[in-house]
Design a protein around this ligand. Structure first.
Ligand SMILES: Cc1cc2nc3c(=O)[nH]c(=O)nc-3n(C[C@H](O)[C@H](O)[C@H](O)COP(=O)(O)OP(=O)(O)OC[C@H]3O[C@@H](n4cnc5c(N)ncnc54)[C@H](O)[C@@H]3O)c2cc1C
Length: 325
């Protein structure tokens, strides 16, 4: 009986959020007196899979079927169900991201399991199996007791920073016979954003709102992002006005981000925007209106004109970096 964690990789590279999930699973497994198994799908090098051992995985089940290099939610769910049955897993972990959201609910249905989406804590096993999650667009927390025998947990990325441990994972090949319908969706084209830090993986984000006045001013925001190694994002009206591409829009109807640093420039802080960003570890707000609602959610605030503050902040970051060389 092990805990099982579904690993995502992009072209054979496992990103940090998966190490978080493995570490999370390892701690739960330890509490349950068992071990954590990672499930990896598709084409990937052995060395990359072995790195999961450094975060607590004792075993890696690898389904090398090349069709799984693309996201086929039905097939991924079937693979996870088969692996969970093989390992007799009572706890199944995915990330609470776009992939996890398409896979985990299918798994829960197939295994008749309780599903907890957006886990923000380890389970409190003193009083059942209680996990904290955000509700009402992050305005409140709920403590949910999963009472089913088998439990599916979707972990919110960037909740627990991964720490390396001594350990090595044993890789075991695993075959699953998929049904025809499991690959029923044909991916015709994949358009990836190139040359930028992807928003979903960004540790730092510089985000602009209508207070930036127009797309012609975005250069100074990008300068700061570049200096920090940050991704750029925006509020919805900015994307709706075509000042910025839609994939940068964050909030209730856009992407959800949880970076270590979120710098909001000329954004009012409407609840619909906050819903997508209030899981950020540190929020810095730059706004010329001292009464802007965003200041209530901020760790640090600068009252000032974005067009003046941004170049000065970029220069200060540059100077700081040069001094540290
Ligand atoms: C159903 C629904 C869903 C929505 N979903 C989203 C969503 O997902 N994401 C989202 O962002 N919004 C969403 N919205 C819209 C949301 O309610 C706000 O209207 C929007 O977030 C406001 O964007 P903004 O802060 O960029 O613009 P504004 O509200 O116009 O605010 C601009 C801010 O910039 C400041 N400012 C102006 N000039 C300067 C300057 N020179 N320097 C510094 N600061 C300056 C102003 O003081 C102000 O605070 C949604 C709305 C609805 C009804």
């Amino acid at each position: 009986m092990s805990v099982i964690v579904l690993i995502e990789h992009t072209g054979g590279i496992i990103k940090k959020k998966n190490f978080e999930a493995v570490q999370y699973g390892a701690q739960i497994a330890q509490k349950m007196g068992t071990t954590v198994t990672a499930l990896v799908l598709g084409s990937i090098a052995e060395a990359e899979m072995e790195s999961l051992g450094e975060y607590g995985a004792k075993k890696v089940l690898h389904i090398a079927d090349g069709r799984l290099d693309e996201l086929h939610a039905r097939a991924c769910a079937a693979a996870l169900v088969a692996a969970a049955k093989k390992e007799n897993s009572k706890v199944i972990i995915t990330l609470h991201d776009i992939n996890g959201r398409t896979i985990a609910p299918r798994v829960a249905v197939k295994l008749n399991a309780g599903l907890l989406a957006g886990a923000l804590s380890y389970p409190d096993t003193e009083n059942g199996f209680v996990i904290k999650k955000a509700v009402f667009s992050g305005k409140a927390f709920a403590y949910v007791n999963i009472i089913s025998d088998v439990k599916v947990i979707m972990l919110m990325p960037n909740t627990f920073p991964p720490n390396k441990v001594e350990g090595k994972a044993v890789i075991e090949k695993f075959d699953v016979s998929f049904g025809e319908k499991d690959f029923g969706i044909k991916v015709k084209e994949v358009n990836k954003v190139k040359g930028e830090v992807p928003l979903s993986d960004a540790e730092m984000i510089v985000s602009g709102g209508r207070g930036m006045k127009g797309p012609e001013n975005w250069g100074i925001l990008e300068d700061l992002a570049k200096e920090l190694g940050a991704a750029t994002a925006c509020s919805r009206p900015v994307a709706d006005s075509h000042w910025r591409p839609h994939h940068e829009h964050v909030g209730q109807t856009g992407g959800t981000v949880r970076p270590n640093l979120y710098i909001a420039v000329g954004i009012s802080g409407a609840i619909q925007h906050l819903a997508g960003v209030n899981g950020s570890k540190t929020i810095v707000v730059i706004n010329k209106d001292p009464e802007a609602p965003f200041f209530k959610a901020a760790n640090y605030g600068v009252v000032g004109d974005a067009l003046e503050v941004l170049p000065r902040l970029t220069a200060a970051v540059k100077k700081f970096k040069e001094q540290r060389k």
